[in-house]
Design a protein around this ligand. Structure first.
Ligand SMILES: Nc1ncnc2c1ncn2[C@@H]1O[C@H](COP(=O)(O)OP(=O)(O)OP(=O)(O)O)[C@@H](O)[C@H]1O
Ligand SMILES: [Mg+2]
Length: 251
């Protein structure tokens, strides 16, 4: 038995590809394996000219992720068309790549005209703010999980595997964790200090006023907190790299 739920567009593609049973969804010959670890697998599948990302797992996580997606969408967070299937043997989350989409980690800010770069930073900040306003934390917020499209305004958030509801009056510490991991990945991806500043201004909703007045103590505190946390992530990553890579014979 399979339970299949999701957006009509994805269900339609799955039907067209004959992918509506657990054996067909878990077919090892299907698509291109992107990553395989014990109990889970990421596979890219093309059906009728559209790209679907399958996340197969031995547990019920796809169902949890689908429920998280439905909840955050109600708060206006854009998420690509998705479906989830689950049965006795495991679960699969199927996410449709929007046409012409690419993760923001692949978009170098220097390749954009200055006004487009500013616009992108603002849109990422608005999305992060809207997401946190739903009362959820992402717990894996980074540029790889933000998908941009070819048209201005195209931006989607993905990967809610670790997301949790924390309530609307959420402890600031949860938001700081998400923001620090996002801004750490952004700095790795070529965002400048000015981009980060613009992000935080928009996130705190002070964008328009900012040119006219100074930061409040609260805003400055939040910024320092996020930046200190991002620096800690960078330090931790460097330490892991220096310990683990020599063991793997890499530099
Ligand atoms: N709808 C989508 N559109 C475009 N790319 C996608 C989509 N869904 C997934 N991907 C790509 O597949 C990658 C893995 O998806 P996802 O993050 O949901 O799985 P994961 O198992 O958590 O992988 P990881 O641990 O690498 O984050 C994403 O980082 C992204 O590059
Ligand atoms: Mg992920």
């Amino acid at each position: 038995m399979v339970q299949l739920e999701g957006d009509a567009e994805v269900i339609h593609l799955l039907r067209a590809g004959g992918l509506t049973t657990m054996p067909s969804l878990f077919d090892p010959a299907l698509g291109q394996v992107l990553r395989r670890v014990v109990g889970r697998e990421n596979v890219r599948v093309v059906v009728a000219d559209r790209t679907l990302y399958f996340k197969r797992q031995a547990d019920y996580l796809a169902r949890h992720e689908w429920e998280a997606i439905r909840a955050v969408r109600r708060g206006g967070v854009p998420v690509p068309s998705t479906a989830a299937a689950w049965g006795e043997t495991g679960s699969v989350l199927i996410s449709l790549a929007p046409r012409g989409a690419s993760p923001l980690e692949d978009v170098r800010p220097t390749s954009l005209a200055p006004y487009r770069r500013r616009d992108l930073v603002r849109r990422v900040a608005e999305l992060a703010r809207r997401f946190h306003e739903t009362g959820w934390v992402h717990k894996d917020l980074n540029l790889a999980h933000l998908i941009g499209g070819p048209h201005a305004g195209d931006l989607w958030l993905i990967d809610f595997a670790r997301a949790q509801p924390r309530g609307r009056v959420m402890d600031l510490r949860w938001r700081v964790k998400d923001l620090a991991s996002l801004l750490y990945s952004a700095r790795q991806g070529g965002w400048s200090a000015a981009d980060v500043l613009r992000f935080l201004r928009t996130y705190t909703g002070r964008d328009e006023e900012c040119a006219r007045r100074r930061w409040t103590t609260g805003e400055r505190g939040l910024m320092k907190w996020v930046q200190a946390k991002a620096a800690r992530i960078a330090w931790h990553e460097a330490r892991v790299r220096s310990r683990v890579l020599p063991l793997l014979g890499a530099r």
